[in-house]
Design a binder for this molecule. Structure first.
Ligand code: IVH
Length: 742
C-alpha cells in the first residue's frame, strides 16, 4: 500500500469518527468522549489535511468554517414555496380543524402528530446524493437568501448523510439554545452592548452575518420538522419521515405525540405545555399535523399555508408585578447595569424578584418608573425581563429613575461614551469592579484558580488584602487561611487546606500561556477567542506590548477609511469642489498604494487575507480585528496597562505565546510557504525555519520568498507560486539553506 492511500484511509476514518461524535454530542446529547479526545481527533485530521492538501474533501469537518466573508447573499427560489402555518388560539378552533378534515376526507382514516413549535428562524437544507449543497432562509416564502456558508458552521447540521437519494430538501428551524442566549446576554451586558431581545432575534442576527467565522462563534443549533422537495424518496406518514430524519442524523423534536383523535391531541397539548420549559429551545406553541402524508395532496394549501396542519399558540407566560426599586450593579468592566427590584411573583416555574433592565436607554424606551405596575416575562424562557409598563395603573406616585452620577460602589463619577449605551465607572480600583475582576481572573478559562469564587473574592476585597488581581501572588498561605468568609458576627475562616490549594493554583498560573493571561486581564473586548488569536501571533506579553503587528492593523484601518472617503467613484460630485479632481485622484492613488503595500505585507505575515475581487481600493480582512488591536494598544498605553506590566516584570511573569522566530539566522528576512509531504510533519519543518530566523505563512503571495514543496504538493499553491514567480525549494534545498549537512 502506498503512503498516500494509508493517509487517505486514516483521514476518512477520522472524518467518519468526528462526524459520529458531532452527532452524538450535538444531535443526540449523549457524547461518548471528552473534549480533549475530540480535539485530538480533530487536530490529527487537520494536520493530515494540511500535509496532504490533495486528500481534503469539501465535507470534511475541518471545512465547516471556510471561505471569505461575503458582500451579500445570493437569492434562492423555493420550490415548493416555504409556507407558514394557520394559527389557532383556542381548543374550539382545533375542533373546527378536525371537523373541516372530516368534510375534506370523507371515509378516510387519518391521525395527528403533535410536536413543539420552535421559535427560531426557518431554513431549508438541500442534500444531493448525500452532500449538503445549499441552505437558505425562508425570505418571503418564494425567494430566500443563500446562507450555506453560515449554516455549514452549525455543528448539528450534517455536511454529509448516508443516502444516495438525488435530492432531499428538508426544512426546519435554526435556534440559539436558551442557555447560550443567557450567556450571550451576560457578555453583551458586560461589554456595555444592548443585548438581543430573545433567542430568535439572536439566531436571526447571527445568520445574517456575512462572515462565517463570526457565525461559527455563535452556538446555533437546528431542528428539522418538514420536507421540501424530495426526489427519489417518499414517505407514507410524517412519523416515518421523522424516523428517517433521525436515522440520517438530523436533530428532530425531542418529543412527538401520535394521536389517533382530537381527545388525544388535547391531552398531548396539556403535556407539551407542562414540558415547555424543559426543552433547550424556546417554544411558542405546538404544531398539530395530519400524520398521513397521502392526504396532503388532496387537502392542498391556501395562499399562505397548508391545510393539513395548524399552529396552536400557548398563552404567553407573563406575570404582573410592581417595580419597588431600581438598583445599580457594577460589573468587571465597570458597566453599570440597572436592575428592577420586583414584588416577587411566580413565573414559568420559578419566583422572580429581580429583572435586568440592561441600560438607561431601555428604561427610557419603556418609560419605566419606580413604583410602576409591569408585566414580567422570561426572555428566551430564562432571563426575567420587564416586558411592558401597565400605564393605566399609574397613580402619580411613580418616580423617574436617573442613572447615578457617581458609582454606587466607589463614589467616583460615572461616564458614558457617545458611541455606547452603557454608563461606566472607570475607577480601576472600584471595589465592585475589583470583586468581579478577581472572579474573572480566577475563572477556569482564565487562570483557573480553584476556590477563588464570589465569596472569597468579596472577602479579599472587603478585608483590604487585594487592590489588584495581581496582589494575589503576594498572599501567603498563612494570611489566606485567616480570611474571614463569615457574614456579620458569624466568623468563618478559609482554613489552611483551602489556602494552600489556592497558593498552589496561583503558582501553576505563573506558567500558563499568553492566551490565558490575556483573557484573565479582562481587557474590554478581549474574550477567550480573541485572546487566543492575538497570543498566536506574538511570542510573549512584552513583545505584544511592543507589537508592530497591532500598529500595522490599525494603520491599515485608517488607510482603508481614508481611501474610501477619497474614492472618486464612491463620492458625490457635489461635495468635491470643482477643480480638485486631479489632486483628489493623486491623493487617492497614493493612499491605495500605501494600503496595498501594508495589506500585502500583512498577508505575507499570515495575518490578513485579501478579499476576493481586485477592487480599488483593495480590501483586506485581518485575523485580528482592528477593534481588538485598538483595545490592546489602548491598554498598554494606559496607566493601568503600565502598572500591570511593571507588576508582572517584578513578579518575573512574562507569559509565552507563539514560538519565537529567531532574531538571527541564515533564513532571516525570508518568508516560506510549505506544501506536500516531507520527512517531518509540517509543524516541525516550520519550527526549523523559524529557528533559523525565517517566517512561515499559509498562502503564497508576492511577499513569499520560497515555496517549499514536498511530495504531492498542493496544486493551488504551486500554480500560484509559478504565476508570481516564487521559486520552489525541495526539502533538500531547504536543508542546504539551513546549513544542515544531512
Ligand atoms: S411545519 C408548511 N413544524 O413555524 C409549513 N413548522 O408559524 C410547515 N415552525 O413557517 C411547517 N416549529 O417556520 C412546522 N414543528 C414545526 C414547527 C414549525 C416551528 C415554524 C415554521 C413555520 C412557522 C409558522
Amino acid at each position: 500500500m502506498t503512503l498516500s492511500s494509508d493517509v487517505r484511509q486514516r483521514a476518512e476514518t477520522l472524518r467518519r469518527e468526528i462526524a459520529r461524535h458531532d452527532r452524538l454530542y450535538y444531535v443526540e446529547a449523549r457524547p461518548e468522549i471528552g473534549d480533549a479526545d475530540y480535539d485530538a481527533l480533530y487536530r490529527e485530521l487537520e494536520a493530515l489535511e494540511r500535509q496532504h492538501p490533495e486528500i481534503a474533501t469539501p465535507d470534511s469537518p475541518t471545512r465547516r468554517v471556510g471561505g471569505e466573508p461575503l458582500t451579500a447573499f445570493d437569492s434562492v427560489r423555493h420550490d415548493p414555496p416555504m409556507m407558514s402555518l394557520d394559527k389557532v388560539h383556542t381548543r374550539g378552533e382545533l375542533m373546527d380543524f378536525d371537523a373541516f378534515l372530516g368534510r375534506q376526507l370523507p371515509g378516510e382514516q387519518w391521525s395527528y402528530v403533535v410536536e413543539p413549535k420552535i421559535d427560531g428562524v426557518a431554513v431549508s437544507l438541500r442534500y444531493e446524493r448525500g452532500a449538503l449543497t445549499r441552505a437558505a432562509t425562508r425570505g418571503n416564502g418564494e425567494v430566500g437568501d443563500d446562507i450555506t456558508a453560515n449554516v455549514r458552521t452549525i455543528r448539528a447540521v450534517p455536511l454529509h448523510i448516508v443516502s444516495e437519494v438525488s435530492v432531499i430538501e428538508i426544512r426546519g428551524e435554526v435556534y440559539l439554545p436558551k442557555a447560550a442566549f443567557a450567556e450571550m446576554t451576560r457578555r453583551q451586558e458586560e461589554a456595555g452592548e444592548s443585548p438581543f431581545m430573545n433567542p430568535r432575534n439572536a439566531a436571526a442576527g447571527s445568520l445574517k452575518l456575512l462572515d462565517p467565522r463570526e457565525v461559527a462563534k455563535r452556538p446555533l443549533s437546528v431542528l428539522i420538522y418538514a420536507a421540501g422537495a424530495l426526489e427519489g424518496v417518499s414517505f407514507g406518514t410524517h412519523l416515518d419521515f421523522v424516523a428517517q430524519l433521525r436515522q440520517w442524523g438530523f436533530p428532530v423534536a425531542p418529543r412527538l405525540w401520535h394521536c389517533p383523535d382530537m381527545a388525544r391531541v388535547m391531552a398531548a397539548l396539556d403535556e407539551l405545555e407542562r414540558l415547555r420549559h424543559e426543552f433547550p429551545f424556546e417554544m411558542d406553541g405546538a404544531v398539530v399535523k395530519v400524520n398521513e402524508r397521502a392526504c396532503y395532496e388532496h387537502l392542498g394549501s391556501t395562499a399562505r399555508s397548508p391545510r393539513w396542519a395548524r399552529a396552536f399558540k400557548f398563552a404567553p407566560e407573563r406575570a404582573g408585578s410592581v417595580v419597588q426599586a431600581i438598583t445599580v450593579q457594577v460589573g468587571r468592566t465597570g458597566v453599570l447595569t440597572p436592575v428592577a427590584e420586583l414584588q416577587p411573583v411566580a413565573l414559568a416555574g420559578s419566583v422572580v424578584a429581580r429583572a435586568t433592565l440592561h441600560n438607561a436607554d431601555e428604561i427610557a424606551r419603556k418609560d419605566l418608573r419606580i413604583g410602576d405596575h409591569v408585566w414580567v416575562v422570561k426572555a428566551g424562557d430564562v432571563i426575567p425581563a420587564v416586558e411592558t409598563v401597565i400605564h393605566e395603573k399609574r397613580d402619580g406616585s411613580e418616580t423617574v429613575f436617573r442613572m447615578p452620577a457617581n458609582c454606587p460602589a466607589c463614589g467616583q463619577p460615572v461616564t458614558r461614551r457617545d458611541d455606547e449605551v452603557a454608563h461606566r465607572c472607570l475607577n480601576p480600583v472600584c471595589p465592585a469592579r475589583l470583586v468581579a475582576r478577581l472572579e474573572h481572573f480566577a475563572a477556569r478559562q482564565a487562570l483557573d484558580v480553584e476556590g477563588l469564587g464570589g465569596k472569597v473574592a468579596e472577602a479579599l476585597v472587603a478585608g483590604g488584602l487585594i487592590e489588584d488581581p495581581l496582589d494575589l501572588f503576594g498572599l501567603s498561605v498563612a494570611k489566606l487561611a485567616q480570611l474571614d468568609l463569615g457574614e456579620g458576627e458569624a466568623h468563618r475562616m478559609l482554613g489552611a487546606k483551602q489556602a494552600a490549594k489556592m497558593v498552589e493554583a496561583l503558582a501553576r498560573a505563573r506558567d500558563l500561556p499568553l492566551s490565558r493571561w490575556l483573557y484573565a486581564l479582562g481587557i474590554p473586548g478581549i474574550g477567550a477567542t480573541v485572546a487566543a488569536q492575538v497570543a498566536g501571533a506574538h511570542t510573549d506579553l512584552v513583545s505584544l506590548r511592543d507589537s508592530e503587528l497591532l500598529r500595522d492593523i490599525l494603520r491599515l484601518e485608517t488607510l482603508a477609511g481614508e481611501a474610501a472617503s477619497l474614492n472618486p467613484r464612491g463620492r458625490s460630485r457635489l461635495t468635491s469642489p470643482a477643480g480638485d479632481g486631479v489632486r483628489d485622484q493623486t491623493v487617492f492613488d497614493a493612499r491605495c498604494d500605501e494600503l496595498e503595500r501594508l495589506g500585502d505585507s500583512l498577508v505575507a505575515r499570515g495575518q490578513a487575507k485579501r478579499a476576493s475581487g481586485r477592487t480599488r481600493p483593495p480590501k483586506y480582512i485581518c485575523e485580528i480585528k482592528a477593534e481588538a488591536a485598538r483595545e490592546l494598544t489602548g491598554f498598554f498605553d494606559s496607566d493601568w496597562g503600565r502598572r500591570v506590566m511593571a507588576r508582572l516584570a517584578t513578579l518575573g511573569i512574562n507569559p509565552r505565546g507563539a514560538p519565537p522566530v529567531a532574531a538571527e539566522g541564515p533564513l532571516q528576512g525570508l518568508t516560506f510557504v510549505i506544501t506536500g509531504t516531507m520527512s517531518l510533519p509540517r509543524d516541525e519543518i516550520a519550527a526549523l525555519i523559524r529557528g533559523a530566523g525565517g517566517k512561515v505563512v499559509d498562502s503564497v503571495s508576492k511577499q513569499t520568498s520560497f515555496l517549499v514543496a514536498g511530495e504531492s504538493p498542493g496544486e493551488s499553491k504551486t500554480s500560484r507560486a509559478a504565476a508570481l514567480r516564487v521559486p520552489l525549494l525541495t526539502e533538500a534545498d531547504l536543508r542546504a539553506k539551513l546549513g544542515d549537512s544531512a
